[in-house]
Design a protein around this ligand. Structure first.
Ligand code: PEP
Ligand code: MN
Length: 350
């Protein structure tokens, strides 16, 4: 950490800063310029907080020079993490597509959705049973029964499932129902109790970026999960809030190479919640893969106009299937390939 002293700071206040750094067990390096003095802390500066110094007399500002996140950083783990989900990899040379409806509605809808997902060539299925809705009067999800419907539908094609956990109190049910990947949604990215709880289980976590979160806050949220012992984390960019109101969110494509450079964790992209319109999903999905995304989370509904949630942004089965063909080409152009669908006899022609 570097502590920048105010112009004209007295030797006593500079010594007080030095003493505080030494008391934390770190070494001190003082650099006296013509106008200002800088005090540097030498050692593991993570034990120091800039705010504790900024409140001291004579201090103008204090800042960390190493990253606040550790376990999720590239400095800590220089290689790339590949998260295994029941034999399907997220990270590495594959581009993994997770598809399915915004919310679990009925057994019939889920069966048709699972068929569309598998036929399109995706290797994992999504579907929300606990829905974080802006209005309390809107459909809130099917709950535990929804988890069962999701599992039943996905099992027909042996697809692992990804679904959102909103409340620590439901975690045991997620484990009991065999949820393969726990999604932490944008609205819960800084629900630290929830992050701590999923950090203690041995189930992969898809961590969506908070809609107004900085990259550093997002990585610190991942650090919470990793600090509990669960290192099977997949970062998911899903669009952020900006001044722009023409579309639902702005897909931060810049975040993909940036987070992959900062962290060893795989990064996937949700183009559906970014654009908020089905017609934008293809362009955003292709951009994400071209920028190096390790996978995509795409909303697909057997009949989008009848969807109970996010009808505008869901792809119909045929739209999804043709997008997968384009995505395979983009993946190939970036030296990767779309994850092959499981050997699924139910897809063979009758
Ligand atoms: C979702 O994936 O269904 C969802 C609610 O996403 P987000 O948390 O990104 O809004
Ligand atoms: Mn949705």
């Amino acid at each position: 950490m570097i502590v920048v002293m105010e112009a004209g700071a007295s030797p006593e206040v500079i010594e007080a800063v030095e003493a505080r750094i030494r008391a934390a067990g770190l070494g001190v390096h003082v650099s006296r310029g013509v106008e200002r003095t800088l005090v540097g802390a030498i050692g593991d500066e993570r034990v120091l907080e800039p705010e504790n110094f900024e409140s001291m007399p004579g201090v103008e500002r204090a800042m960390h020079i190493v990253k606040p996140y550790k376990l999720v950083s590239r400095e800590w783990h220089p290689g790339r993490t590949v998260v295994d989900v029941g034999g399907a990899a997220i990270g590495g040379d594959v581009v993994q597509v997770i598809a399915g409806p915004c919310s679990v509605e009925t057994d019939e809808q889920m069966a048709a959705a699972a068929d569309a997902v598998a036929r399109g060539g995706a290797r994992m299925m999504r579907g929300g049973a606990f829905k974080p809705r802006t209005s309390p009067y809107e459909f809130q999800g099917k709950g535990i029964e929804g988890l069962r419907m999701l599992k039943r539908a996905a099992a027909r094609h042996r697809l692992p499932v990804v679904t959102e956990l909103m409340d620590v109190r439901t975690l045991d049910a997620f484990l009991a129902e065999g949820v393969d990947v726990i999604q932490i949604g944008t609205r819960n990215m800084q629900n630290f109790d929830l992050l701590r709880a999923v950090g203690r289980v041995d189930v992969p976590v898809v961590l969506k970026r908070g809609m107004s979160a900085t990259i550093s806050e997002w990585l610190m949220a991942a650090e919470y999960v990793a600090a509990g012992g669960n290192h099977r984390i997949v970062m998911c960019e899903r669009g952020i809030r900006t001044h722009e109101t023409a579309y639902r969110n702005v897909l931060d494509v810049t975040a993909i190479p940036f987070v992959k450079r900062e962290s060893h964790l795989p990064v996937i992209v949700d183009p559906s919640h970014a654009g908020g319109k089905a017609w934008m999903v293809g362009a955003l999905a292709c951009a994400a893969v071209a920028a190096g995304a390790d996978g995509l989370l795409i909303e697909v509904h057997p009949c989008p106009r009848e969807a109970w949630c996010d009808a505008d942004q869901a792809l119909a089965p045929d739209e999804f299937a043709s997008l997968m063909v384009r995505l395979a080409a983009v993946a190939g152009a970036t030296g990767r390939f779309l994850a092959p669908a499981p050997d699924d006899r139910s897809l063979a022609p009758a």
